[in-house]
Design a protein around this ligand. Sequence first.
Ligand SMILES: Nc1ncnc2c1ncn2[C@@H]1O[C@H](COP(=O)(O)OP(=O)(O)O)[C@@H](O)[C@H]1O
Ligand SMILES: [Mg+2]
Length: 463
Amino acid sequence: MKILLVDDEPRLARLLGDTLSEEGHDLVLRHSGSEAVEVLEKERFDLLLTDLKMPPPDGLALLKIVKERYPRTEVIVMTAFATVAAAVQAMKDGAFDFLNKPIELDELRIRVRKVGSKLEDRSERERLAVENESLRKTLGGAPGFEGLIGQAPTFQKALALAERVAQTDATVLLRGESGTGKDVVARSIHVASGRSRGPFVKVNCGAIPEQLLESELFGHKKGAFTGAIADRPGRFSLAHGGTIFLDEIGDIAGALQVKILQVLEEKSFVPVGGTETLQSDCRIVTATNRNLEEAIAKKEFREDLFYRLNVFPIHLPPLRERAGDLPLLLDFFLKQFGSDISRVAPEVRRRLLGYSYPGNIREMQNLIERIVITAGPDPIGAEHIPELKERGGAGGSYDFEIPPGGLVLEDLEKDLILKAIARSQGNKSQAARLLGLTRRTLYSRLERYGLAPAGEGDEGVEE
Ligand SMILES: Nc1ncnc2c1ncn2[C@@H]1O[C@H](COP(=O)(O)OP(=O)(O)O)[C@@H](O)[C@H]1O
Ligand SMILES: [Mg+2]
């Protein structure tokens, strides 16, 4: 860090300055408030370490000036025991910390390191915010698809297909686990299509009992069954001119599968208890999280219906295959619920990004909503997240493809290590954390690859 140290006692200033220089900081010493103001006008500092009692402006006045003009500079005030009230005032005025005189050098090192980690967290958050912003700009998204977040190649491939098929009247089958976005994509296809002015009618085929589903889909005539006191149009009729979305189509029972097949082939159907054939001009989008091939093998799903539905399949990837999209989604949902990444403690962020989300995007969305509500106006800390199982290890899965020509694993490892170090701006402990390594292991790899001067890392504390 770049540190400005102000104390009217030159000998003490030099001693403290030397101690901090040995820690690797870049020190500038001044002996009065006015000299400090002068140098602050010219240079930016990460930390101002100032005495309270000194030629004016005194420490408190200097603190106010710094907080007003250079809010990014942290301040630690040093004070003799007699002026502890002033120290309290300094904390109120925005000082990061205070130190009692006489100053213990170890204490000084510890407090200054704390400032260091605060700045590290801050720069990490700012870097992420910038990264997310630029990603969002490249997202763009075709009309109708704007709200869909994701850069992972597997997801982008699905989106590109959906955008293309939206322009046609083809029947679409959306496949993917629960919570992967089938509903939103179905809606987006409708909005992006030429039928966007028409109705979008959704039927959850899995949730409606079999006997009711037929009349729900195709309508019924008065007296068709007990309780049918009047003619009632079905969802296919209601969707005329628009799109019908048959969700959980894999759950439809055998007899109804035949009727659905007929609609697909002829766009015509007969209401329950009726005799005349009705037509509906609607585009059909279907979705399922079932493995239909397995259902066919078990004779639970008709093969001919499957081939009709599977004309244009779109597979929505599970979130664990889109690990790279987690920061984007995290940011997106925090904003959606009125919070912001800047309010999330780095530890919490790491854990949210390390979790596997078996319930996919829906689970992440629900989790973040709950966290934001529980935290209320407070910053989001570790106490607000329930136990999350870490991804990583054997369960880890990264969106990464081996190039056609193959690769050399050691080169990849070397490359990843260098990237982690660059990303943590040279902070090796942070880099080790990013890679799931201990600091010592990271150092030994660095040595193996000839990336570290021998002996580096022998001293220092293992975290
Ligand atoms: N790519 C995405 N970007 C942002 N939000 C999404 C995305 N995909 C899904 N969601 C949100 O996640 C939740 C679950 O999506 P949904 O379409 O209902 O999943 P499915 O129908 O596959 O179970 C919804 O609230 C939806 O808005
Ligand atoms: Mg759904």
